[in-house]
Structure formats: C-alpha cells, structure tokens
Ligand binder design. Structure first.
Ligand code: DAH
Length: 367
C-alpha cells in the first residue's frame, strides 16, 4: 500500500462517480469504494494496522481524507442525479391543467324519437292521452273490427306480414303473448296473427276498454310487406289519433291538426282535405300539408305541387263503433293516422326513408 494506490483510487472514484448515469449505478459505486465489506477504501483503512507506524500515519491521514472527499463526491453526484431523475419524471408526467377535458362520446336520440316526443308533447298540451298497443296483432283487431272484412278488396291496401301459428310446445313467453292477444278477441273473431299494418287497431283496443269522451294518440311501429324505395320501408311509424264525444266534427279535426303542424314546424302552414277511402271512416279524406320545404312554391319534394300528402283521416265509421260495443248513434268523432317517418323527413329534409334503419352513424350523429 502506498500513496500511489490512494491516488489511483481517488482518480477512478472521481471518474466513475461523475460518470454514474443513475442512482442505481451510483449505489453500486458506493459499494465498490466505500462498502463495509469490500469497498476499496474500506480495505485500505482496514489494512492500515499492518503498515509500519510511520507509513500508517501518513497513509491513514490521506486515506481518511480521501474517504471524506469520496463521500462528498457521492453526495454531490447523488443530488445531481436525483434532480435529473425528478426533472425527467416531471417531464414525463407533465399535465396541462388548462387543457380542455377529453370529450365523452354521447349518443343522441333517433330523429323519429325526437319528432315522436314532440308530437306527444303537442297533443298532450291539447288534452290528448298517449297510449300504446301490441305490434303483433290479431287479424280481427287489424282488419275485421276496422270494417275491413276478409275477401274485401280494401285489404289489398295493406300488404301484410302474416305470422305462422306457434308450434306445440313452443317457448312459454310466446304462448303467454299469444294467449293475451287471443283472449282479447272472442271465439268468433279471427285470431290469426300478423304484424300490425297500421296503428288503427289501437283505436279498437282503447274503445273496448273506455267510454267516450276519448282523446288519445297512439304512436308506434307498423309493418308492410312491400318493396322498399326512398319513400317506402317494410317498417315505419304511425301516430294514430282518436277524438270521440257527442258533437266532435271535422272542424275540430282541422283545428287540432293545424295546431299540431304549426307547433311542429314552427310556422304557419296550410292544410287541404281531399276525399279518400278508408273502410273505418265515413267520410274519409287525405290531408295535404303546404310544402314546408319550399313554402308551397313548388319543389322536388312536393313534386312542384306545393302540397305534401301527410295523413289519412275521417269520421269514425258506425261499423267501428258497433265492433267495440258502442251504440253508433250515441257519439261521433274523428280518427287519423299520421306517417311519422314522412313528417320527420320533411322536418329534417331527409331524402330517403331507409336511412332511419340504416344504423349509419354519420346520419344518426347529426341529430
Ligand atoms: N290506418 C291508415 C293507413 O294505414 C291511416 C288512417 C286513415 C288512419 C284514416 C285513420 C284514419 O285513423 O281515420 O294508412
């Protein structure tokens, strides 16, 4: 052991400590130079006792001095490394508290739902209740009770999805639903099942269980077995309406419907009644609405006529009153069926009815 060796230790310690890249490396170096068992300096100090006294004094002093120096080196480098590590954590975990939050994706209501809600609100404000009926109906409710007997040519107006009778032992829920539907028709009535072609059967169900005065709407899905195009789909939506009392007239109907469209489209509109045929009303008419796209000036949507056909309506037929057990003479009133898809298309200028069930998010996100 001589001073040279100490100088060597000092030099390598200085070099290596200042070159330590992180606290782990620094710790390894601390063990290498100052470790209690085998640290280079520790060994020097431990071996002092083997040196002759003179040498021991000098080397001992120098070694102790070097120990203090080395400890300072470690201290200093440790501080530096801690700071750089802290800085890099700061950089990595940097957070801009002024940055706007990430937007949570939110769904939106379907345009049909939007218009349906609006229609319900408007009718509610005029004292109408909102009721519903089943989408799987019996032939009697969908046709016979509405004065559309079997073999009557008028049936051709409604292209129907007929449902196969359930097989024996079929699943319980289906049985319960069928029994519910069939029990509500008497044994003389046809209980053949179908997907309702319009919401008019809800009129029948409601009148069977309520007496006049009646003021209801019945919105819902309806089905037709027909080819699709921009204006037709196999499933769409109707809003049925029914107002019955002692003296309800077509004048009442016109007032109610004008109020609906004025509120729905937010501007003055005109309506026009054209005579038409529906077996469950007499007289029956079709209602045209002045085209809201071009303000009745004439455009492709209204086929340059200024008018758009929007609903069927009429005064409830005595045969319908009979079917539900009313005495026909005792009351009168109007019924109507609005194409919900059609007015939604008009309101939002949607060119193709098939978009409604396309599931296309680019379409749906616009509402
Ligand atoms: N149910 C008819 C249809 O499917 C629409 C309709 C017309 C409903 C006249 C009515 C009405 O209540 O009185 O086209």
């Amino acid at each position: 052991m001589d001073s040279n060796e100490l100088q060597k230790i000092e030099k390598t310690a200085k070099n290596e400590v200042s070159g330590a890249k992180n606290l782990d490396e620094l710790n390894d170096l601390r063990i290498k130079f100052l470790g209690r068992e085998r640290g280079a300096l520790t060994l020097v100090l431990r071996n002092l006792k083997n040196l002759p006294q003179e040498e021991r004094k000098i080397i001992g002093k120098n070694a102790n001095h070097l120990k203090i120096l080395t400890e300072e080196l470690f201290e200093k480098r440790g501080e530096e490394l801690k700071k750089t590590e802290f800085d890099s954590i700061l950089k990595k975990e940097w957070l801009d508290v002024t940055r706007p939050g990430a937007k949570i994706e939110r769904g939106s209501l379907h345009p049909i739902t939007l218009v349906r809600c609006e229609v319900e609100k408007i009718f509610s404000s005029m004292g109408f209740g909102v009721v519903e009926g089943p989408e799987v109906e019996t032939e009697w409710y969908n046709f016979d009770a509405l004065n559309i007997p079997k073999d009557h040519p008028a049936r051709d107006l409604w292209d129907t999805f007929w449902l196969k009778p359930a097989q024996t032992g079929a699943d319980g829920t289906r049985k319960v639903a069928e029994n519910f539907l069939r029990n509500s028709a008497s044994s003389l009535r046809s209980s053949a099942l179908l997907l309702r072609t319009h919401t008019s059967p809800v009129q029948i169900r409601y009148m069977q269980s309520h007496n006049p005065p009646i003021r209801i709407i019945a919105p819902g899905r309806v089905y037709r077995y027909e080819a699709t195009d921009a204006g037709h789909d196999i499933q769409f939506h109707h809003v049925e309406g029914l107002m019955i009392d002692k003296h309800i007239s077509i004048a009442n109907f016109k007032a109610v419907i004008l109020e609906l469209f004025k509120k729905l489209f937010g501007k003055e509109v005109k309506i026009r009644l054209r005579p038409s045929y529906f077996p469950f009303v007499e007289p029956g008419f079709e209602v045209d609405l002045s085209c809201i796209v071009c303000n009745a000036k004439g455009c492709p949507v209204c086929k340059k006529t200024g008018w758009s056909e929007i609903m069927g309506a009429g005064m409830v037929h005595p045969k319908v009153f009979e079917a539900v057990g009313y005495i026909p003479r005792n009351q009168q009133g109007f019924a109507f069926g609005i194409g919900l898809d059609r007015i939604t298309m008009m309101k939002y200028k949607i060119p193709d009815i098939r978009l409604f069930h396309s599931g296309d998010l680019r379409f749906l996100k616009q509402f």
